[in-house]
Write a protein that binds this ligand. Structure first.
Ligand code: CTP
Ligand code: MG
Length: 400
């Protein structure tokens, strides 16, 4: 893995007094998953790979690690779990102690904001880089706000146009956050307040209603309902179908073994590529990622990433399925066509379909064609593959 430049500290060490569940809030069940798992799936769905630091209650560290490893998938090397403190601020401080060298900016996120989309993390990170200071998401306040006294008497109406209800992730240049935590001037409920108290500017960008904090039982119910309605899926409405297309091309390399559609083809010329050159698996990967709005094979798997050096198609497909399902989609079906003179696919088509369908947990149909001698495929220089994937926005498919 290349050294990450972003770290995300996910604070999950609170007890959840106001929620009143029998386990700490981060470990409460949510739509077949947990609050922490939901939050971490969003973090691991960020465009840029980050060091992820989970701050957990001492009693639940092993659970937090298990949830983290599942959410991280192939990125589990970038996961750290550390014990939190008595206050949120102490928990963030514990997380800061785990930053690795090379981290330039840090996002701090409440695990309790379980439905926060990955895109909000990306937006905050981009803005911190652009502005070189702290950036936090906030939403305009729609209720009229009154300042009251202890007896309920109204002192004044506050001008709501000046107000912003702020959320997390809150992002800061590493140095400014570390500096603020090194000399805290009080106990604050968010990081922006501490950083500003240390003299650093912080500004607000548009937040997301889905980044609301699960505080009470009512909030938890709202989160359940949003997930079961599919509304928390990127771009998804209840039951929405999404399609995606993907293509891939590889040149023949006679010195390589051929791996295609997840199968080994002894005696056939292989395909050149950073991985095993399995154009069929790669086209399917792109189609699935595109349908889910999760980027493409290059952004997710990184063509320079040594973990995928020589990796077989099954590695890409398994990880892609995990990501797609974690984002709240179920795979409906996939259709893929290989274009090339060889290998002759007919004899192993059923075998390929069975394997790919098993890997994806959905029907995969494979067809093959030639191009009548035309183009690079017709000249036998390589193969191409085109895939289409159909997803269903279930909203509740996130694994534990
Ligand atoms: N948090 C933490 N360490 C603490 C207190 C809070 O890591 N000592 C985390 C919580 O796990 C949560 C986030 O900070 O993800 C926001 O805090 P809050 O919503 O107040 O959670 P709790 O403190 O757990 O809930 P409550 O205040 O109702 O007890
Ligand atoms: Mg609290």
């Amino acid at each position: 893995m290349s050294t990450p430049r972003i770290a995300v500290i996910v604070v999950a060490a609170g007890s959840g007094t106001r929620l009143g569940a029998d386990v700490p809030k981060a470990f409460v069940a949510l739509a077949g998953s947990t609050v922490l798992a939901r939050s971490l799936h969003a973090v691991f769905g960020m465009q840029e790979q980050a060091q992820v630091i989970v701050v957990a209650p001492a009693s639940d560290e092993a659970d937090a690690r298990a949830i983290g490893v599942q959410a991280a998938g192939v990125a589990s090397a970038s996961l750290t779990v550390v014990t939190g403190g008595d206050t949120r601020q102490q928990s963030v401080a514990a997380g800061l102690g785990e930053l690795v060298d090379g981290i330039e900016l840090v996002l701090v996120h409440d695990a309790a904001r379980a439905l926060t989309p990955s895109a909000l993390f990306d937006a905050v990170a981009v803005a911190v880089r652009q502005r070189s200071h702290g950036v936090i998401p906030g939403l305009a306040v729609s209720d009229t706000i009154k300042r009251t006294d202890a007896a309920g008497g109204i002192i004044e109406t506050v001008d709501r146009s000046e107000l912003s209800a702020v959320q997390t992730p809150q992002g800061f240049p590493r140095q400014q956050l570390v500096d603020a935590y090194a000399r805290p001037s009080g106990d604050f409920t968010d990081d922006a307040a501490l950083v500003m108290a240390a003299g650093h500017p912080v500004s607000v960008l548009p937040g997301d209603p889905l980044a609301f904090k699960i505080t009470t039982a009512w909030d938890l119910q709202r989160a359940e309902q949003l997930l079961s309605a599919g509304s928390a899926v990127p771009g998804g409405a209840s039951g929405a179908e999404r399609i995606g297309v993907g293509t891939d091309t590889h040149a023949f390399d006679a010195s390589a073994e051929l791996w295609l559609a997840g199968l080994h083809w002894p005696g056939e010329p292989g395909l050149a590529g950073h991985s095993d050159g399995d154009a069929v698996a790669h086209a399917i990967t792109d189609a699935l990622l595109a349908a889910a709005g999760l980027g493409d094979i290059g952004s997710v798997f990184g063509t320079n990433d040594p973990r995928f050096d020589g990796a077989h198609g099954s590695v890409f497909l398994t990880e892609t399925r995990r990501r797609v399902e974690n984002a709240g989609f179920a795979i409906r079906n996939v259709s893929v066509q290989l274009i090339g003179n060889r290998p002759r696919f007919a004899g192993r088509r059923a075998e390929a379909q069975t394997l790919l369908s098993e890997l994806l947990g959905a029907p995969v149909s494979v067809s093959a064609t030639t191009t009548d001698g035309l183009g690079f495929t017709g000249r036998g220089e390589g193969v191409a593959a085109i895939a289409t994937a159909l997803l269903h926005a279930s909203g509740t498919a996130c694994a534990k």
